[in-house]
Design a protein around this ligand. Structure first.
Ligand code: AHN
Ligand code: ZN
Length: 325
């Protein structure tokens, strides 16, 4: 009888605890009001990639780079009055000197709760993974163009409907001027010069964002995005949030629950220097030696390498994530 009393007391306590948990959870849910997510226009994003590619190769200091930089500033200025550029003299692995050009478009800069969205806008100066014309620059429709195209479309949506969070869209320069000789001792630090510079010199003093999302090579047909190593180490929570959103929207073929190795990309310095937990949405292809898209750093990374279904999966997902915060 005493045993029974103790057990029933235990059960009463247990159930009352669960009740409490339930009610606090439902209160928490109710505070997040449902929001209408604007429609990501994939034709528009595709068009923004085409316009970049039409400038030709856009490697540091090239004519295409100069013209495309002006185009991006002009495009984003039409969507927000809060546009900044960062310029700095840099030297690349080959001893050449260039002027870096990071382009930053902010939405609701007065808000303290912020999300950072980014991509690199420069393209590779050499086709080091091609069989032919290895010394010539590439068009970089997917590698460079795709992430930027998606982000300009999101800027267009943000200009029409404000999100609850403040948003910063950063187009990093000088990501892709890395040393083609990957065994050279300074190879690792030859990439991602623009994001390293921004992480050490953010456009706003004491800048902070709750999290960051980097888009890199998000436009190829049947692309698979995986849980990349640095993203897992530094921003597991964001990976979960983004992948869950993608699955809820029906894009599970693109967003795979698979762990893949670390990649040196712009999110490296955001995570380690700026301390902003940032994921990299980047294609992983297990059938190539590099692990990247099969046209990576070749002359066939042109508009034929861009598929609207992939762009749409990524664009819809990111749009849904930012408007639901
Ligand atoms: C390395 O190959 C070390 N990182 C690749 C980052 C990259 C290049 N993303 C696009 N192009
Ligand atoms: Zn590249």
């Amino acid at each position: 009888m005493r045993h029974f009393a103790i057990i029933s007391l235990f059960l009463t306590v247990l159930f009352s605890c669960q009740e409490e948990k339930k009610s606090t959870q439902s209160v928490k849910k109710q505070t997040k009001k449902p929001v209408e997510v604007p429609v990501f226009n994939v034709d528009s994003a595709y068009h923004f990639i085409q316009e970049q590619v039409d400038f030709g190769p856009r490697y540091l200091s090239s004519k295409g780079w100069e013209q495309c930089g002006d185009y991006l500033v002009q495009k984003l200025s039409a969507y927000t009055p809060h546009l900044q550029e960062q310029n700095s003299r840099i030297t690349t692995y080959d001893g050449k000197s260039h002027t870096l050009r990071n382009i930053i478009a902010s939405f609701s800069p007065e808000k303290n709760n912020r999300i950072l969205l980014c991509a690199h806008w420069d393209t590779r100066h050499v086709a080091d993974h091609d069989d032919a014309r290895q010394n010539e620059p590439i068009l970089g429709a997917n590698d460079g163009g795709s992430g930027v195209g998606v982000l300009i479309e999101i800027a267009r949506l943000l200009s029409q409907k404000e999100s609850r969070m403040g948003i910063d869209i950063i187009l990093f320069d000088a990501e892709d001027y890395g040393d083609p000789n990957s065994s050279s001792p300074n190879s690792a630090i030859s990439w991602c010069i623009g994001s390293k510079y921004w992480s050490e010199n953010p456009h706003v003093p004491n800048y902070y964002a709750q999290y960051g999302i980097l888009l890199d090579m998000v436009g190829a047909k049947d692309a698979r995005f995986t849980h990349e190593g640095l993203s897992r180490n530094y921003a597991q929570r964001i990976l979960k949030k983004v992948w869950k959103t993608a699955h809820n929207l029906g894009h599970s073929e693109y967003f795979a629950y698979q762990m893949t190795p670390q990649i040196i990309d712009d999110h490296l310095y955001l995570n380690t220097v700026a301390n902003i937990p940032t994921i990299d949405i980047i294609e992983f292809d297990m059938n190539t030696k590099s692990g990247f898209n099969k046209h990576w750093h070749t002359h066939s990374d042109d508009m034929n390498n861009i598929d609207k279904n992939t762009l749409n999966a990524v664009g819809q997902t990111i749009t849904s994530v930012i408007y639901n915060e």
